[in-house]
Write a protein that binds this ligand. Sequence first.
Ligand code: NAP
Length: 369
Amino acid sequence: MDIISVATFIFLFFAGRAVDLIHTFLNSTLPPVAIGALLFILPPYLFLKLLLFAFRSAFSEDVAGKVVLITGASSGVGEHLAYSYAKRGACLALVARRENRLRDVADMAYQLGSPDVVVIQGDVSRAEDCERFIDRTIDHFGRLDHLVTNAGIAPMCMFEDCPDVTKLCPAMDVNFWGSVYSSYFALPYLKRSRGKIVAIASAAGWLPAPRMSVYNASKAAVISFYETLRTELGSEITITIVTPGLIESEMTRGKFLSKEGRMVLDPQMRDVQVGVMPIRSVEAAAEEIVKGACRGDNYLTEPAWVKSTFYWKVFCPEVIEWCNRLLLVAGTQSSERNALNLRILELTGLKRLVYPPSVQFPDLAERSR
Ligand SMILES: NC(=O)c1ccc[n+]([C@@H]2O[C@H](COP(=O)([O-])OP(=O)(O)OC[C@H]3O[C@@H](n4cnc5c(N)ncnc54)[C@H](OP(=O)(O)O)[C@@H]3O)[C@@H](O)[C@H]2O)c1
């Protein structure tokens, strides 16, 4: 070993120790300083947010004549977002795979006040479809003001029960990549109109509900993607990240992606998962989402009370995990029917009170369309 190598070795040794010392110092000093700064900043910050909320509510965007593209508009939340925008006089581009359903939604949107509606069949998990439906919207209307990335599916099974893990990929392809692709192709037009993205994520992005691992992860990815995009874009476009709780839709009627990779209707599994949690009416939820988007909210949780679970997740994540395990997993080795969640639902008879009629009687809802 020559003298230079020895000197380099000694330098690296002490530099490494110095970095370790810096980390040890930060580990012990930064958390109390950060908490102190947070407590100091929180009151004026919340006051400022309240003022801005009042200002944004007073000068909410008027979407009459503006162009709104909604993915997953053939049912549930997307369908009713279309109606809420239609009532405000917005022009609509409706995207989903079931074209016949989209045509019914378009007819209703016209009746509710939309001046012009285009129906575009497309699969959001295919980048080429996303490029095509954005191009079609621009060809037809010449502009785009709001992009609502709403299309989604929910796989439902315990992770280790899935016989072929690749059958879970569509959740990421539709929920995450579908949102990413459509946003990518829409961005130039949204920047031109100083428009908005309304990203329908989910409270599942922070709540670790069992049997929904890949769905929850896809929604966490959606939240993180749009938060990062917002940081990159600044005020060029507004991004409203919506984190719904339980909303009346085909999904809450029990339409899930099975472990075999097929879309199935399984209301009993829905009962196991939902238990006595109240399901919000889709009309009311869609109305709140469109109001929040027009106001330019950064975040919106609907129903709003679901946000309180977020604080528990941040401060006591173990409690959230323990409750989910107790209600949804404990005792289900022999049968999912043994889940405490389902037993409470059946014992209390609360289903009639907390589930909207279309969720309790999906056949009736389907026939009345
Ligand atoms: N309902 C809830 O409690 C709840 C809670 C939190 C978040 N969400 C989110 O809300 C969004 C809407 O779901 P929903 O509850 O309204 O359920 P839904 O009634 O099942 O609607 C899902 C929509 O997505 C469309 N879709 C599915 N795969 C698609 C694909 N590959 N390409 C294009 N469109 C596709 C469906 O249309 P086609 O089948 O015709 O393609 C349908 O219009 C989802 O992102 C969901 O994760 C729902």
